[in-house]
Design a protein around this ligand. Sequence first.
Ligand code: 13P
Length: 215
Amino acid sequence: MTAPHEINAARELIARTGETLYNRQLAHGSAGNLSIRLDDGTLLLTPTNSSLGYLDPARLSHLASDGRLLDGDPPSKEAFFHLAVYDERPTAQAVVHLHSTHCVAVSCLCHETTDDVLPPLTAYHVMRVGRLPLVPYFRPGDQALAGAVRKVAKDHHAMLLANHGPIVAGKSLRDAAWTYEELEETAKLFFLLGDRKTSPLDAAQIAEINRAFPS
Ligand code: 13P
């Protein structure tokens, strides 16, 4: 069992992070969901149809590791993909899923290959995000999405759901949120640069970054 003060701290952190992401316009309306995996393997997750800007820490959904609701409001309809990511990534302690504008725009483009859908424009993108595979489209809440997410989550902590938005896992909620923010900035740069000739980092530069900053 996680100590009550630790659960309360995690509740507050989710609410504060949600509010920050909302105020920075990375989340809008009732889109997006956040979760933390507690030390005992249970999950705190944002409730379905809640605004990340106005979360009540006491009403967050507390789930068993098999997805059963232990207490709180009914969980996000995407609880299953949070569970799939945690299953595949034992070191992940938090998951952020948002519908931020520039990332969603990338998710709506036709991509010739789906193994990495944003160029390595900056060192911070390489350090924090790495490769960004595209997961095929499923409607929000479709349980079939779990299998598709699971397959990709094995090797990637960040992925992009087609016509939907990214899922990012991290060692902490702060880590996952910072990675998400970096991803949104890269997507913004990608559109800002448009058709101009760009010079993404090459394989040697990427390898050097990965050696200097192993994840
Ligand atoms: P929930 O309100 O059920 O969390 O769904 C929001 C969302 O972002 C769906 O992708």
